[in-house]
Structures are given as structure tokens and as C-alpha cells.
Design a protein around this ligand. Structure first.
Ligand code: UDP
Length: 488
């Protein structure tokens, strides 16, 4: 019996698409088992996977407790990246390695014996598990092909090592002219990658042993780059996305990733009362840590835009001081009737699919990028860290479906060096960028048209006969018929 097992990195941007993928594969009649932690089960996967299983899909989860101890320095509950105080990142990665040992013990007893394991690329320790048990491993990177190719050429050319921090350089070897600065690169690509350097090297070594790679993207989105990723992976690269499109039932869409902090009916009612294409939806993903100064500018920029908006404010450090500002400045009263604040988790895909949405102000995380693409509305891009600046280039420069607010530095506030201050994007800039995207002029209309066209292509790719639908068949065929080995 064919049996795929899935092991995600414990961060929403990684486990959400991987669970979608498990459901997708189970939809082809293949047994799927996902290894997760108790927190992920209670927050999300429990209800979603029970629903999938009750509807007849051969899917289940195995709950593997996460290690907490004073020795690791990780308090109870810190078992997903978004539940962590920023200072505990490295403790989290230590605990992850221990968690993977328990996962490995569970794999040993799992039945039927797995045909294949789909594992997050950022869990390099699983390369050994794959070899030990003889289970071929396919990696899931969580990012798109443009991103993978850009990284490949930067690692190959090391052009970033030849320039000053704010000096721009052209990434060599690409079909498009992409200019970046060193400041916009993810930590792992910086010369002084510090503690990330060792992790990066482990990932690289593990990548070389993987059988192939599966990607949450679709061919029509980034064709040239898909081809290069296929070449780099000896033809064993499968784009099977956009994964968010496989959630078709309202509850699956509303509860994707977490229980939403706003009631679905209230959210719908609010959106139903707005004109089609009029609302700005602003959300910065599951990990952002914007400073109070920046949040205030953002809030005032949204207010100054004079347009209806939904602003998602993530729970986390600094929440109290933000709330104090909202109350003491009278902000909520001023925007009442025009702005909807969602504190905590928003049903993002549900909101983005509403016809009232006119633009998506996004941090350009890859999942949000794909969800934005599927929504068919233009984006206002505001990358913060990791590979988000690369995704911005794809949105703004290649697909031409977005406008940048002009963010320049890839850094979470928690990653700042001593005394370093992040440049704040001012309210006027935010307001002007919103105006530009929402403008009813020729440029704005053309951008909206392109956004609708690419969304159409996204939908087609997952339908019967579409590129992602076919790729999924090819992936399953390769794994079940070709009898892959454990190393490439
Ligand atoms: N998300 C959501 N509601 C929120 C925040 C995030 O549904 O309030 C989802 C979003 O739809 C996406 C994922 O969480 O699927 C975030 O992944 P992404 O790659 O965009 O960003 P990250 O959180 O990894 O920075």
C-alpha cells in the first residue's frame, strides 16, 4: 500500500501548505500521515484533518510531543515559531532537533511502511532518517522557483560579497535583470551569516541527498524559473500549487492555519457592506514583529488613505503598548465604520476571496504571495525579512501586479544589531502607495487586469488537465512506479 508521510517545520508558513499538500495527496486515494505537535493539533490540524478524514480521505496525524525543559530554555507552549518570543529562536531550533529524534522513533513503528517522506527543507536532520530507514525523501521548500533560482545564483556567484551594504548589484545568470542590495538578502545569504552559516551548510548537504523537490507554485507563474529548478534537480521538481486553492469548504478556508479571531459571519457582513474592489486588506503574516513606531505609521497611513480597510494586528510582543496607542489616540473611534481591526489570526484566504477586496498590503511571505496571486487583486508590497524581498521582485517587476512601499532592509526587529534602528516607512508613503495601486488610471487598470489574468491561470493550473494537476500525477507515478532510491 502506498503511504506518504509528511514532516513540516513547526511554523505556520510551513505547516499550513504542507497539511494542504497531505490533503491533496490523500485526495488521490493515497494514505497520508502528518507528524505534528499537540499544539498544532489543538490549534488547527485536529479539526481540519478530522474533517478531511470524516469525508473519506485516507489521512491521519501522529502527535509527537515537543520537548520543553529549563535545560533547553524553552517554556511550555513554545512549540511553533509564531508562539515564540523572538529571543528564543535558537533554543527553539535546539528543541526541534530533539523533537525530530522522537519523530524518527515514531516513523519506525508507523504502518504501513512509508513509501516516501515529504519533509521540510529546513529540517536537514531528516536526511539521515531517510537513509537509516530507506525511505526516499522529497523536500518541500515552502518558497517559489524564482526564489530558489535567485538563491542558487547568489550562492554560486557570491556577487553579494563584492559590494557594500546599500550598493545595488545585479544577480547574474537570470533571464530577468534583478537588482538587489546586500541589505535585502536573507540572513543565511549574508557574508556574516553567523549562527545561520552552520545551519545553511547542513541544509545544503541534506538537499544533495534528497530525491526531489515539491513546490507550492505553478508553471504559468514563473515558467523560466520552474525550468531551471527542474534542471538543478535532475528533472525531479514538481510544482503542485497553489496549495491554498485545495480548500474548498468554507470551514476549511476560514480555519486554515488557526481558529480565526473574528467570527466568519461578522467578517462577511462587514465585507458585504463595502463596494466591490474598495477594501485594502493589510496583513504581515504569522511572524512579523513591527515596532510600535512602525505600527502607528501604518495605522495612520491606512486612515489617511480614506478607503475602507482590514488591518490584521498579530498577537505578540508589544501588543499592550499598541493597544494603549489605539485607545489613547482615539484611533479606533476615528476609523469606526471604515476600518476593521482583527487582533490575532485573520481568515486570510476567506477575506482575500471576497469581492470587496481591492488590494492586498502584504509582507510578501511566499504563502501570502500565492494567496494574493489567487485573489486576483494587485498587491502593495512591504517585505520585512527572509526571502520576502525576492518575492517582491517577482510581484512588482516580473508579474507587474504590485507596487512597492520601498522597504529596504531585511530584518526582524529581533535580528537588529546593537543600536541599529530600522528605517520607518512613513504614513505619507503608505498612503501614496495605496493611492497608486487603487487609482482608476490606465496604469492601475492594466495592473488590475494582469492580476486577474494570473489568478485565472492559477485556478486553471489545479483543475483537471492543468499543469499542477498533471505534476501531481507525475509525482505520484514517480514515487509509486519508479521505485526511487534514498539519495539522488
Ligand atoms: N495567515 C492567516 N492569518 C493571519 C496570518 C497569517 O491565515 O492572521 C496565514 C496566511 O494565509 C499564510 C500563512 O499564514 O498562509 C503565512 O505564511 P507566509 O509565507 O505568507 O508568511 P510567514 O508567516 O511565514 O512570514
Amino acid at each position: 500500500m502506498v503511504h506518504f508521510i509528511f514532516i513540516p517545520l513547526l511554523a505556520p508558513g510551513h505547516f499550513i501548505p504542507m497539511i494542504d499538500m497531505a490533503k491533496l495527496i490523500a485526495g488521490r486515494g493515497i494514505s497520508a500521515t502528518i507528524f505534528v505537535t499537540p499544539l498544532i493539533i489543538t490549534r488547527y490540524a485536529g479539526r481540519a484533518i478530522h474533517r478531511a478524514s470524516n469525508s473519506g480521505l485516507p489521512i491521519r496525524f501522529i502527535e509527537v510531543p515537543f520537548p520543553f525543559s529549563s535545560e533547553i530554555g524553552l517554556p511550555q507552549g513554545c512549540e511553533t515559531a509564531d508562539a515564540l518570543p523572538p529571543s528564543l529562536w535558537s533554543n527553539f531550533f535546539t528543541a526541534l532537533d530533539i523533537w525530530l529524534v522522537s519523530v524518527e522513533n515514531s516513523i519506525q513503528n508507523v504502518e504501513p511502511f512509508p513509501t516516501c517522506m515529504i519533509t521540510d527543507r529546513y529540517l536537514p536532520g531528516l536526511a539521515e532518517t531517510s537513509m537509516k530507514f530507506g525511505i526516499p525523501r522529497i523536500i518541500f521548500d515552502g518558497m517559489g522557483c524564482f526564489n530558489l533560482v535567485l538563491k542558487h545564483h547568489l550562492e554560486l556567484s557570491k556577487v553579494q560579497e563584492t559590494v557594500k551594504d546599500s550598493e545595488s548589484f545585479v544577480v547574474p545568470g537570470l533571464p530577468d535583470r534583478i537588482e538587489l542590495t546586500k541589505e535585502q538578502l536573507p540572513a543565511m545569504l549574508k557574508v556574516d551569516a553567523g549562527k545561520w552559516a552552520e545551519y545553511r551548510d547542513r541544509i545544503k548537504a541534506a538537499d544533495e541527498q534528497a530525491y526531489g523537490i515539491v513546490i507550492n507554485s505553478f508553471r504559468e507563474l514563473e515558467n523560466n524559473y520552474v525550468e531551471e529548478v527542474r534542471t538543478l534537480n535532475k528533472g525531479r521538481a514538481w510544482c503542485v500549487g497553489p496549495l491554498s486553492l485545495f480548500n474548498r469548504e468554507t470551514l476549511d478556508i476560514v480555519e486554515r492555519g488557526n481558529r480565526a479571531s473574528i467570527d466568519e459571519t461578522e467578517c462577511s457582513r462587514w465585507l458585504n457592506e463595502r463596494e466591490p474592489g474598495s477594501v485594502i486588506y493589510a496583513c504581515f503574516g504569522s511572524l512579523n514583529n513591527l515596532t510600535l513606531t512602525q505600527l502607528v505609521e501604518l495605522g495612520l497611513g491606512l486612515e489617511a488613505s480614506n478607503r475602507p480597510f482590514v488591518w490584521v494586528m498579530r498577537d505578540g510582543e508589544g501588543k499592550e503598548e499598541t493597544e494603549r496607542w489605539i485607545t489613547e489616540s482615539g484611533y479606533e473611534g476615528r476609523i469606526r465604520g471604515r476600518g476593521l481591526l482583527i487582533r490575532g489570526w485573520a481568515p486570510q484566504v476567506f477575506i482575500l476571496s471576497h469581492e470587496a477586496i481591492g488590494a492586498f498590503l502584504t509582507h510578501c511571505g511566499w504563502n501570502s504571495t500565492m494567496e494574493g496571486v489567487c485573489s486576483g487583486v494587485p498587491m502593495i508590497t512591504w517585505p520585512l525579512f527572509a526571502e520576502q524581498f525576492f518575492n517582491e521582485k517577482l510581484i512588482v517587476q516580473i508579474l507587474r501586479i504590485g507596487v512597492s512601499v520601498g522597504s529596504q532592509t531585511a530584518r526582524q526587529p529581533s535580528e537588529l544589531k546593537d543600536g541599529e534602528i530600522l528605517v520607518v516607512i512613513k504614513r505619507e508613503t503608505i498612503m501614496n502607495t495605496i493611492d497608486k495601486v487603487m487609482a482608476g488610471d490606465e496604469e492601475g487598470d492594466a495592473r488590475r487586469r494582469r492580476a486577474r489574468e494570473v489568478a485565472e491561470k492559477a485556478k486553471k493550473s489545479v483543475e483537471e488537465g492543468g499543469s499542477s494537476n498533471l505534476n501531481l500525477s507525475l509525482l505520484i507515478e514517480e514515487v509509486t512506479i519508479e521505485n526511487p532510491t534514498c539519495s539522488s
